[in-house]
Design a protein around this ligand. Sequence first.
Ligand SMILES: C[S@@+](CC[C@H](N)C(=O)[O-])C[C@H]1O[C@@H](n2cnc3c(N)ncnc32)[C@H](O)[C@@H]1O
Length: 271
Amino acid sequence: MDWTSARFALDFALLNRETPQPTWWGNLGYWPGTEDYAHAAAALAGQVAERAQLSDGDRLLDIGFGAGEQLKLWVREYGVREIAGLEVSPAHLALARANTAGLPAGLDLRHGSAHDLGAWPTASFDVVLSLDSAYHYRTRWQFLAEAWRVLRPGGRLSMADLVLGDGVSDVGAVVMRRLSPLGSLPAKNWVRQSEFAPRLEGLGFASVRVEDATEAVLLGFAGFAGRHARRYFLRTPWRGWPKILLTGAGAAALVRWGWVRYVLVSATKPG
Ligand SMILES: C[S@@+](CC[C@H](N)C(=O)[O-])C[C@H]1O[C@@H](n2cnc3c(N)ncnc32)[C@H](O)[C@@H]1O
């Protein structure tokens, strides 16, 4: 993995190690009903797509698509024919280009960062998606202002994202804001769960929903990380296992303390 990929993601090859077909998912997964990483990762993508009411006529902008597994899902399961995407990691972009070669859709995959969508004109997309990625953006709020601009009136936004729990103490919130840049999560992105919807409404979004998926995502991933890393850690301890284990154990502790929640966020730009 190159430095940018290592900063913003767990090691995709390790996460997908047990999948029967080679897959390159990189998200935390949606775990009810499965212990299999690729199924869980695809299920989280499905949760985001369903909330966007993704369909074949949509012109889609996807930010932080990683190695491109989700792009294949949008085309195969939802029939999307026109996708633009932005990814900050050159290594992930290269993987995604190889992974989606031959896909029957128009793909315009670019290198860049979510806070600047200047490559695309105002009102040019029906849907903007961000799957398990927006907590990294510098900042999420700049991305959302840009998402608002590039969505056409009536367009839909859908994200899987991470927030502070409403029960976090002021001290806990300060600790999270101080320490999270170490994990490439900008301090400004941390808001309490109940503050998210007003921030989106402040940008002009309507029909805002912020749904809690903490148990399904964070606790599911913590269980997987424990099982999976224990099985392989001793064989290859120098690779990305410590980060996977730390993410799982850290997520479980932060959820237990009420400091962190995982959310599925959707909204529309009024027509
Ligand atoms: C946790 S991974 C999820 C990857 C992918 N969405 C998936 O579900 O497999 C987060 C992704 O967001 C990308 N990313 C992080 N910050 C970004 C930014 N500012 N702009 C665009 N992509 C970004 C990372 O490089 C990484 O590929």
